[in-house]
Design a protein around this ligand. Structure first.
Ligand code: NCD
Ligand code: ZN
Ligand code: ZN
Length: 346
């Protein structure tokens, strides 16, 4: 069966700064193997992407390494609201980190959130990492600025109900949910490997996400690779690799009847294109096999992470072939696209 090339609005490529975790060539190989022909990359690299100089560095690494199409986010810092806004047409969106997570970017004061929400063009995507009460506050500040807001990785019952209520009120709020928050609870991965932001939650939270599927605009991987050794060490960094497991897991949900293929394509293609103003990708599609049952394993991953939270899970739903702009870029387990063949969208 053929589905469109998928777009992931939330990945971490780690280049520059932490290429032992991932680089553009390995991360976009993982994307293609997972059915994604386009990824939107977060700015919490080292250095973080916060101005023209660091954006140009990020652009250079992406242009040299990317095997699929991509967009780059700018990060919101304490000093760059107007500077970031002037660069808006070179980035796919602005990312605001409002809670503690991996990387140095974090905005403490609400006045700073407001400065960014006022300065960043209302026609361009603005994404927040904002959990729980922080999410409630972010929705209010965006509403006061009368601007659209996309909420990254919604993970709990109270959050998804808040998004539902905000939408019902006509607030311009959209949201994404990750596979780890749809398929795992904290009890499933109790050790240090289970560290992720937002944290894995309870079965009631997982159930609430599925019950409120109509409120979920996008499925995003939040592909956040850290190596197995880093995850096993003291103070493990939060984050899971996700590009190569998202589509198989969600196709398996189509197999079990929890989801329709239309639900999936809406959230991994159509809605992502609409929310992030992405151009269509002509002659681009993914051949999936809904009947093939196999076991997910890190041994077959292209990501440098080298481990996965879904190791040993049996799923129905395999990616057979990926065609990007008329070229076969993935076939029978092999990535065929060369580094540098991906194009920037902005
Ligand atoms: C992300 C990372 O490692 O960059 N970690 C995570 O646990 N999700 C940061 C983030 O998306 O919050
Ligand atoms: Zn985050
Ligand atoms: Zn992330």
């Amino acid at each position: 069966m053929r589905i469109p090339g998928l777009s992931d609005p939330h990945v971490h490529m780690r280049e520059p700064g932490a290429t032992h975790k991932e680089d553009w060539a390995s991360g976009t190989a993982a994307a293609l193997a997972g059915g994604f022909t386009r990824v939107l990359a977060m700015p919490n690299t080292d250095p973080p992407v916060v101005d023209a100089a660091t954006l140009n560095i990020a652009k250079k690494f992406a242009a040299n390494g990317a095997r699929c199409d991509y967009g780059l986010y700018l990060g919101a810092g304490p000093n760059n609201p107007s500077l970031a806004a002037r660069l808006a047409d070179q980035a796919v969106g602005l990312k605001l980190y409002l809670d503690q997570t991996y990387g140095p970017l974090r905005l403490e004061e609400i006045s700073l959130w407001n400065a960014h929400m006022q300065a960043w063009p209302a026609t361009r995507p603005l994404v927040v990492h904002a959990e729980g009460r922080t999410m409630a506050a972010a929705i209010l500040v965006a509403a006061l600025a009368d601007r659209p807001l996309h909420i990254a990785h919604v993970s709990t019952r109270e959050e998804i109900l808040l998004v539902r209520a905000a939408k019902q009120r006509g607030f311009k709020v959209t949201c994404e949910v990750t596979p780890q928050h749809l398929f795992l609870t904290a009890a499933d991965l109790p050790g240090s490997r289970g560290e992720v932001r937002p944290r894995l939650a309870s079965q009631a939270d997982v159930d609430a996400l599925w019950e409120n599927l109509d409120v979920i605009d996008c499925f995003a991987t939040d592909h956040a690779p850290h190596t197995a050794a880093e995850k096993a060490a003291e103070n493990p960094p939060p984050g899971f690799p996700g590009l190569e497991t998202a589509l198989p897991l969600l196709l398996n949900s189509v197999h079990t009847g929890q989801l329709t293929l239309e639900d999936l394509v809406q959230r991994m293609d159509q809605n992502v294109r609409r929310i992030f103003n992405l151009p269509a990708q002509p002659e681009t599609w993914v051949e999936v096999d809904l009947e093939h049952r196999y076991t997910l394993t890190a041994r077959e991953m292209h990501s440098k992470a080298g481990w996965m939270p879904f190791e040993g899970w049996a799923v129905f739903g395999a990616v057979r072939q990926v065609v990007l702009r008329g070229k076969t870029v993935f076939m029978d387990g092999q990535v065929l696209a060369q580094p540098g063949s991906g194009q920037q969208i902005a």
